[in-house]
Every structure is written in structure tokens, then in C-alpha cells.
Design a protein around this ligand. Structure first.
Ligand SMILES: Nc1ncnc2c1ncn2[C@@H]1O[C@H](COP(=O)(O)OP(=O)(O)OP(=O)(O)O)[C@@H](O)[C@H]1O
Ligand SMILES: [Mg+2]
Length: 269
């Protein structure tokens, strides 16, 4: 891994939402860097601004202060070297699997020769284990298969930076673990840099080289941990168990859920 300039630099970033009645600070003064090939997971309590941060880094919405730099260049709008995967696979229902994946490439390389396009789609469909389902339509897929298509559509572009917002949160535990392994295999293979938002401490510890913890609303980066455990990681590894306990303790400090639960209990009584 190079120690030169980071692939992604987020510098003093702040995002506000202005509604008719109020201004909401989604997150403020967020600064961090991600090195080439690094996998960074972003954890934090619900509503602390993780999705807003990811969407701002992706250039899907503008920041109110600060800047995002990709390889030292300002990133203010969607960029062909940056791919995003959301919790909802967002597949086009009138396109089959092959054609949904090809879309990722067509958006980037309008002039790509069709033979090259075919080869790359074929290769990424094999990588996510869906080569036999190329002619299927989204309504014929399970949730896990649809999310594999979304992953393939992002990775077919061979992006420099892959942003993922709780990509596996809606899946059952077995499918989630399978897709976490698939993601690791693919991004390690392509040396893709990843920033992944998750609620799940286990997921963060299984995937990340580094975990960032955001505080409750408005979010700031409170803490970070380097995860020195070699892959493939085991949840029951004593080092992983210790890391889990440490992260959980910090997350609990920043969570408002206990206060909200108490408010609900008081209301019910
Ligand atoms: N389009 C919007 N307009 C106004 N406020 C918004 C908008 N999107 C998000 N917010 C507010 O910004 C804050 C951060 O929301 P965001 O969705 O980024 O949090 P999150 O950390 O991703 O939450 P979760 O873990 O539940 O997905 C919240 O207070 C939310 O209500
Ligand atoms: Mg979110």
C-alpha cells in the first residue's frame, strides 16, 4: 500500500438540510482520509448522518462547507471512478440481469466496443455467481441475488472508489455472510478502495481495515480503530471478540436509543 496522497480525502465537511420550519445539521466538521486499496467501515447510531455523508462524498448532494478530494481533485458531482451501492439494489425492472450490469459500464464507457463490454459483464457475473441468471429479470430474483447484481453493476466499472450504504442490511444472516465474503474477494482482487456504511459491528469487523465511529446527531467522527486481524476472519477469534466489545462500548455511549426507549416506556405507562 502506498503512503503517498490518499485516494479519498474528506476535509471539514458539513451538510445541512433546510426545511420550511428548521435547519437540520446532518453532520459537521467531518475529516478523514482513505488510502488506495483500504476498506473503511463507518458505524454510528441511527440518524447520525452516515447516509448523508456517503451521498455527499458520492457527489449526489452538495456540501455546505468543506470539500471532498479524489486523488487530490475536488469531487462535487457523480464521478465515473466512483460507484455507489445502496441497501435497495435499485435494478431497472424492464432490463434483465445482463443488461442491468451492462448499464454500469454503458454509463461510463459510451464508446466501449461491444465485444469488450460483453467480456467484462460476463466476467463480473461469474465473479458474483450469477452467470446462469443473465437472462432473468429483477422480479425473478431473490433479495440476495438482486444485491449481487447491484454489486456487479458497480464493480463492472472497476471503480477507484466503491461507496456502499448498508448494502446487506435487508438480507438474512447466511446470505449476508456470503455477500460479505464475495465483496471481500472482489475488492481485494481489484484492489478497490471501499467506504461502507453499516449498523452491524460484526460486519464492520469482518470487512474493514479501519472502522470509523460517528457520534449521534449531528454526526462527527469520534473514534477510529485499525483492525489488524488477517483474512479470512473468524467472529469467534478472541481478538475479534475483544474488538467487538470495545466498539460496542463506544457505540453505546453515543447512542440515543436508550433515551428514546425510555421516552417510549414513559409514554406507554
Ligand atoms: N432530505 C432530507 N431532508 C431533511 N432532513 C434530512 C434529509 N435526509 C436526512 N435528513 C436528516 O439528517 C439526519 C441524518 O440522516 P441520515 O439518513 O444521513 O442518517 P443515518 O445515520 O444514515 O441514519 P440510519 O442509520 O437510520 O440510516 C437525520 O436527522 C435526518 O432526519
Ligand atoms: Mg442511513
Amino acid at each position: 500500500m502506498s503512503n503517498a496522497q490518499p485516494l479519498l480525502r474528506v476535509a471539514d465537511l458539513t451538510k445541512l438540510y433546510r426545511t420550511r420550519d428548521a435547519t437540520v445539521v446532518a453532520f459537521e466538521h467531518i475529516s478523514f482520509e482513505v488510502r488506495q486499496g483500504e476498506i473503511v467501515c463507518l458505524l454510528g447510531p441511527s440518524g447520525c448522518g452516515k447516509s448523508s455523508l456517503l451521498a455527499t462524498i458520492a457527489g449526489l448532494q452538495s456540501a455546505d462547507a468543506g470539500e471532498v478530494l479524489l486523488n487530490g481533485n475536488p469531487l462535487r458531482e457523480p464521478h465515473p471512478d466512483v460507484a455507489v451501492v445502496f441497501q435497495d439494489p435499485c435494478l431497472l425492472p424492464w432490463r434483465n440481469v445482463w443488461s442491468n450490469v451492462a448499464l454500469g459500464l454503458q454509463l461510463r464507457h459510451e464508446q466501449l466496443p461491444s465485444a469488450v463490454l460483453r467480456r467484462r459483464v460476463q466476467s463480473v457475473l461469474c465473479a458474483v455467481g450469477l452467470e446462469a441468471f443473465a437472462r432473468h429479470y429483477p422480479h425473478q430474483l431473490s433479495g440476495g441475488m438482486a444485491q449481487r447484481v447491484a454489486l456487479a453493476r458497480a464493480l463492472v466499472r472497476n471503480p477507484a472508489l466503491l461507496l456502499l450504504d448498508e448494502p446487506f442490511a435487508a438480507l438474512d444472516a447466511h446470505t449476508r455472510h456470503y455477500l460479505q465474503c464475495t465483496l471481500l474477494q472482489l475488492v481485494h482482487g481489484q484492489n478497490t478502495t471501499c467506504l461502507l456504511v453499516t449498523h452491524d459491528i460484526d460486519e464492520a469487523l469482518f470487512l474493514a481495515d479501519r472502522v470509523l465511529l460517528m457520534s449521534a446527531s449531528p454526526g462527527r467522527i469520534e473514534q477510529q480503530w485499525h483492525i489488524p486481524v488477517p483474512h479470512p476472519r473468524q467472529y469467534r477469534d478472541p481478538q475479534m471478540i475483544h474488538l467487538h466489545a470495545t466498539v460496542l462500548e463506544h457505540l453505546a455511549k453515543h447512542s440515543t436509543i436508550r433515551e428514546e426507549a425510555k421516552e417510549v416506556a414513559d409514554w406507554v405507562i
